[in-house]
Design a binder for this molecule. Structure first.
Ligand SMILES: *Cc1c(COP(=O)(O)O)cnc(C)c1O
Length: 420
C-alpha cells in the first residue's frame, strides 16, 4: 500500500470523499457528538442489527415455542446458520464455524478437547502478553488434568514488553509441548502474529495449535482452512459489532470432527436426533459438536444484522481501509506529535503485515490524564495500563476526518496543558 498523506484538514476530507466504504457509516448509530474509536472493545449498534433483533423479538411475541422451527431463520439452526454466514470471513468451510457460548467458555470447551497430555507431550505454550482470561482458562485446564500450571504452561517472553517475536515462539516449540494457544492480534499493541507460519512450524513438530482471534475477526481476513489451523475462538462484540456479551464463535478444522468434545452438552448432539432425548450423546459431525447449551437467540439476532454489513462491505475492503486509517494516524502523529513537548510514541507495528486494527499510542508521562482530556472532547478511545491510549478506527463507521480531529485535540491538550 502506497499512502502519501498530507497534514491539512482538506486532505482528510479528500480521503473521505474517495472512501468507497463511506456509505456504511449511515447504517450505524454513532453516539451524538462523539468520535468513537473503541470498536475493539465494543462495536456500535447498526440499523441492520436493530432490524434483525426486532424481528426475533416479534417472532418470540407471535410464534413463542414455534420460533425454534418456523421463524424466518429457525432458532434451532441459528448457530449453524451464522457459522455458515461468516465462514468466508475467516476462510473456513461452512461446517467448520458455529456461533455459540462466549469466548472464555469456548476456550474451555476447545482446550478441554484439544489438550491431551500424553507421554512426553504434556505442556501448553502461550505468551506473556496474552489476554488474562485466556491464561486463567489455560491454567485451570492444566489443573483439571491433575498437572501443575507452573510447570506445564510455558509463556513465550517479550523482549520489550510490547512485541512478540515468532522466532522465539518457534524456538519454544519443543518435544514436551502438546498444544499451542496464541492471540492473532495482541490486545495492547495490536501486533498481528503470522498465524500461517506458526501453524506450519507447530505441525512440523506434531503440535496442535489454536488462536484467539477476538482482536482480528471483522477487521482482517483469515484463512483458517488453508492455513490448517486446528481451532480458533473469537468474540462477536468487538469488530463484529454484535452487541455487549453477545454470543461468540468457534472454528474447528474439519480433520478434527471425530474428536471428543471435553465439555459435552445437548446442543452438541446431532440435530436430527437431539430431540429423541436419548441419554447417549450422539455428537454432530461438524463444529457444532462443541456447542454446550441452547443458543442465546436474542443476542444471536444482533449478530445476523452485523454480519450482513461486513459481508456486504467485504473483508478485503475493510482491511484495506482499516490499514489506511491506522497508517494515516501514524503519519499525523509522526508529523505533528512526536517531538517535544508532545512526545507521543507509536507502540504498534509500522509494518502493515504485522499490524492489526488498532494503534497503541504511548507517552512516557500523563497518558492516563491525556486520555481523560481526550474524552472531554467527545472522543471515545480506551486506556490500557500502564501508559497506552488505544485508538481503534472502524473501517465501517469512522472517517479520516475523525482521525485528523483526534490529532488536533491531542495537540491542543498538550499545548494548553489541559491534562494537568
Ligand atoms: C475480548 C476478549 C475476550 C473476551 O472474553 P469473554 O469471555 O467474552 O469475556 C477473550 N480473549 C481475548 C483475547 C479478547 O480480546
Amino acid at each position: 500500500m502506497d499512502n502519501k498523506f498530507e497534514i491539512s484538514e482538506d486532505f482528510a476530507k479528500k480521503l473521505d470523499a474517495e472512501d468507497t466504504l463511506a456509505q456504511f457509516r449511515e447504517r450505524f448509530y454513532i453516539p451524538q457528538d462523539t468520535i468513537y474509536v473503541d470498536g475493539n472493545s465494543l462495536g456500535l449498534l447498526s440499523k441492520d442489527s436493530e432490524t434483525s433483533l426486532l424481528r426475533v423479538i416479534n417472532e418470540w411475541k407471535t410464534l413463542a415455542i414455534n420460533g425454534w422451527f418456523i421463524a424466518e431463520r429457525p432458532w434451532y439452526y441459528f448457530s449453524e446458520d451464522l457459522g455458515k454466514m461468516i465462514a468466508p470471513l475467516v476462510g473456513a468451510k461452512t461446517n467448520e464455524v458455529v456461533a455459540t457460548g462466549t469466548t472464555t467458555v469456548n476456550i474451555h470447551a476447545l482446550i478441554s478437547s484439544f489438550y491431551v497430555p500424553k507421554g512426553k507431550k504434556t505442556k501448553i505454550l502461550a505468551d506473556v502478553l496474552n489476554f488474562p482470561t485466556d491464561i486463567y482458562a489455560l491454567r485451570s485446564q492444566i489443573e483439571l488434568k491433575g498437572l501443575d500450571p507452573q510447570e506445564h504452561l510455558v509463556l513465550a517472553p517479550s523482549s520489550d514488553g510490547r512485541y512478540l517475536d515468532e522466532k522465539i515462539i518457534i524456538d519454544l516449540m519443543t518435544d514436551d509441548i502438546a498444544l499451542i494457544f496464541l492471540p492473532s492480534v495482541l490486545f495492547r499493541n495490536g501486533q498481528l502474529l503470522d498465524m500461517s507460519l506458526l501453524t506450519k512450524e507447530a505441525h512440523k513438530r506434531d503440535i496442535l495449535i489454536g488462536f484467539d482471534c477476538s482482536h482480528s475477526v471483522g477487521a482482517i481476513p483469515h484463512y483458517f482452512n488453508k492455513w490448517e489451523v486446528d481451532f480458533a475462538v473469537w468474540c462477536s462484540y468487538k469488530y463484529m459489532n454484535s452487541g455487549p456479551g453477545s454470543s461468540a464463535y468457534l472454528y474447528v478444522n474439519e480433520k478434527h470432527f471425530d474428536r471428543k468434545p471435553g465439555l459435552v452438552g445437548w446442543f452438541g448432539n446431532n440435530k436430527d436426533t437431539q430431540f429423541n432425548m436419548s441419554l447417549d450423546f450422539e455428537p454432530s459431525d461438524n463444529a457444532g459438536r462443541w456447542q454446550i447449551s441452547s443458543p442465546g437467540i436474542i443476542g444471536a439476532a444482533a449478530m445476523e444484522g452485523a454480519v450482513k454489513i461486513i459481508l456486504e462491505a467485504g473483508i478485503e475492503a475493510i482491511r484495506e481501509k482499516s490499514l489506511k486509517l491506522t497508517s494515516y494516524l501514524i503519519y499525523l502523529i509522526d508529523e505533528i506529535l512526536s517531538k517535544e513537548p508532545y512526545n507521543f510514541i507509536i507502540g504498534s507495528p509500522r509494518d502493515i503485515k504485522r499490524r492489526g486494527g488498532h494503534i497503541a499510542l504511548e507517552r512516557e508521562e500523563h497518558s492516563f490524564e491525556i486520555c481523560e482530556a481526550l474524552k472531554s472532547y467527545g472522543v471515545v478511545p480506551d486506556f490500557r495500563p500502564k501508559n497506552i491510549i488505544r485508538i481503534a478506527p472502524s473501517a465501517l463507521y469512522n472517517t479520516f476526518h475523525d482521525i485528523w480531529q483526534i490529532v488536533q485535540y491531542l495537540k491542543k491538550i498538550i499545548d494548553r496543558g489541559e491534562y494537568l
